[in-house]
Design a protein around this ligand. Structure first.
Ligand code: ATP
Ligand code: MG
Length: 587
């Protein structure tokens, strides 16, 4: 039988005494006789690398330096030593430090392709660990089977071939985080892709981390205003809530998220937009819009475009969330948009199938539900004793022909606090934003809605539901009694009032005024096609003549009965004005 071989990589050949020391160490550790083979390697400097089986003992200066670096990196973890304390801590640590001979594992690529490598060896690697290939490309372990691991690659796989070497790093995937990322466009690994140079990071965060527990949370009580009348009035969103935006393609899903970001200007909310599997041109356009509106100052865009590999698209939302957690843990309010999770699920399906996991419903892997719940559970409103920050999530899901009962939509509906359902038919009729009032819901936002909005919105949702029912019912009858006609007209007027162009968010007091005027039938006799013109003239009128009232509602968020009456009186005065002017115009 051939003798087992151990390989010694070193610049100089070991002398007899050194050789014996190595062999003694090996036979003690591996209980077997080995032959020591010297491999001349100038790169080793004064150090060496000993390879026994699949284990590597790295005694190069680089490895020792890395060990020391690791010790120093973790020095202050959990303690908050400062200034002089820290210096003496470093001094004593360095003095006592001794390099250790530890076995590192080295793996060998068995197969590679489609952004996935199957690696033999690495028997003690852990799930989610980052590994480095000898060409410098990084990957993450996603599959553990006896004898081999499946690695998803975060870079070009053309330089990786069968037989390439793979090293463990003992750390899980993470991205650099910091305040300097605001205003920047980055890829899923945190590298800038906007051509504005390096970004100075304040730290490094694992992309996967556990969601805050129930003790660390508090209930949602502050509004996250979208500036969109139909949403803020009927489906209010609170800070820390997860509200799904769902609809077919081209129904204005991204527009709602974008408008919400624009509406956060000047209120201290940090926005993160994660683009998954989108056309690069759409993302560029969106960034352009944000820049023009001055919204990039408080926004970070994480882009994993359609041209990226499935693994990169897969980690993008986790990377964005890690960035969000950095700000949330500093007590900030964060808004994160995942656009969209259907494409994320498809990326995960692709890499799971390549890893030969068995397909389940609609060929998605069985754990796709856990994948998304694990992601969305990280959005929270933190309790005051840990800073009181929050992360509000707006995941987006694309449906096929309005089918909300497909696998991914049902999953995500069940793990969010409500959904804004956008409908193609409404969108095509010109009813934009195309919010379907019957199928949309917000489960926790009501508690966060300002008192003024709640009072103003009143029964509008019910009124609209009644209108829709009546509309269907009266479709085929020609002669209707006056009361029915009036109610139909009122409903049509309300629907028209809810139309809103993109990029024109309304302030709270504007929404309150519109709702009070509408629900008190001020616009009853305005022809439907004139409602939008009437609306903007009425708001101008209020800004000019009722500035104090507008201001007071905006800042306090409450509307007393007197305020409400004042709005009705002023709206009536404007109506009289408007009608007499129109009469004159008509003459
Ligand atoms: P996709 O499925 O391609 O991602 P989407 O559902 O995200 O599409 P958007 O891209 O937001 O839809 O919008 C589709 C088109 O409708 C865009 O041209 C957008 O400008 C327009 N649009 C969206 N909302 C409105 C609105 N409120 N008023 C007028 N036009 C709108
Ligand atoms: Mg979109």
């Amino acid at each position: 039988m051939a003798m087992l071989k151990a390989y010694l990589y070193a610049a100089a050949e070991p002398n007899t005494e050194q050789r014996e020391r190595f062999l003694r160490f090996i036979s003690k550790k591996y209980k077997n006789e080995y032959e020591l083979v010297w491999v001349p390697d100038d790169m080793m400097g004064t150090g060496f690398k000993l390879v026994v089986g699949e284990e590597v003992y790295n005694w190069t200066s680089e490895a020792r330096y890395n060990q020391l670096k690791h010790v120093l990196d973790n020095l202050n973890a959990g303690k908050a030593a400062t200034g002089g304390e820290l210096i003496s801590l470093i001094r004593s640590t360095v003095k006592d430090w001794k390099a250790q001979v530890v076995a590192e594992e080295e793996g060998i690529v068995k197969t590679v392709g489609d952004g996935i490598a199957i690696v033999e060896g690495l028997s003690s690697a852990v799930y989610g660990e980052i590994v480095v290939f000898d060409c410098g490309v990084k990957g993450m372990i996603q599959d553990l089977t006896p004898g081999e691991v499946g690695v998803i690659l975060f870079g070009d796989d053309t330089e990786i071939t069968e037989g390439s070497k793979v090293m463990r790093t003992n750390r899980t995937a993470g991205i650099p985080v910091g305040d300097a990322y605001l205003g920047r466009v980055i890829d899923a690994l945190g590298n800038p892709i906007d051509g504005k140079g390096e970004i100075k990071a304040d730290g490094y965060r694992a992309i996967e981390s556990p969601a805050p527990g129930i003790i660390d949370r508090k209930s949602v009580d502050t509004p996250m205003n979208t500036g969109i009348l139909s949403i803020d009035s009927m489906f209010p969103i609170g800070r820390g809530q997860r509200e799904l935006i769902i609809g077919d393609r081209q129904t204005g899903k991204t527009a709602i998220a974008l408008d919400t970001i624009l509406n956060q200007k000047g209120n201290g909310v940090v926005c993160i937009y994660v683009a998954i599997g989108q056309k690069a041109s759409s993302v560029a356009q969106l960034v352009g819009t944000l820049q023009k509106a001055g919204a990039m100052d408080y926004t970070i865009v994480v882009n994993a475009a359609a041209s990226e590999t499935a693994p990169v698209q897969y980690i993008a939302p986790y990377a964005g969330t890690a960035m969000g957690e950095y700000f949330m843990n500093k007590g900030k309010d964060v808004l994160i948009v995942y656009d969209d999770l259907s494409k994320h699920a498809i990326a995960y399906r692709a890499l799971s199938l390549l890893l030969e996991r068995s397909p389940g419903r609609e060929a998605y892997p069985g754990d796709v539900f856990y994948l998304h719940s694990r992601l969305l559970e990280r959005s929270a409103r933190l309790s005051d004793n840990i800073g009181g920050g929050s992360m509000t999530a707006l995941p987006i899901v694309e449906t096929q022909a309005g089918d909300v009962s497909a696998y991914i939509p049902t999953n995500i509906i069940s793990i969010t606090d409500g959904q804004i359902f956008l409908e193609s038919d409404l969108f095509n009729e010109g009813q934009r934003p195309a919010v379907n009032v019957g199928l949309s819901v917000s489960r926790v936002g009501g508690a966060a809605q300002t008192k003024a909005m709640k009072k103003a919105a009143g029964s509008i949702r019910l009124d609209l539901a009644q209108y829709r029912e009546m509309e269907v019912f009266t479709q085929f009858s020609s002669d209707l009694d006056d009361a029915t006609k009036k109610q139909l007209q009122y409903g049509q007027g309300l629907m028209r009032l809810l139309r809103q162009p993109q990029g024109h968010p309304f302030k709270t007091h504007e929404q309150v005024i519109m709702l009070v005027a509408a629900t008190n039938h001020i616009m009853q006799d305005i022809p439907v096609d004139d409602i939008l013109a009437f609306r903007s003239q009425m708001l101008d009128y209020f800004h000019k003549n009722q500035a104090a009232l507008c201001d007071q509602i905006e800042t306090s968020g409450v509307m007393s009965d007197d305020d409400k009456q004042a709005i009705i009186t002023a709206a009536e005065a404007f109506l009289a004005d408007y009608q007499s002017k129109n009469l004159k115009d008509g003459e």
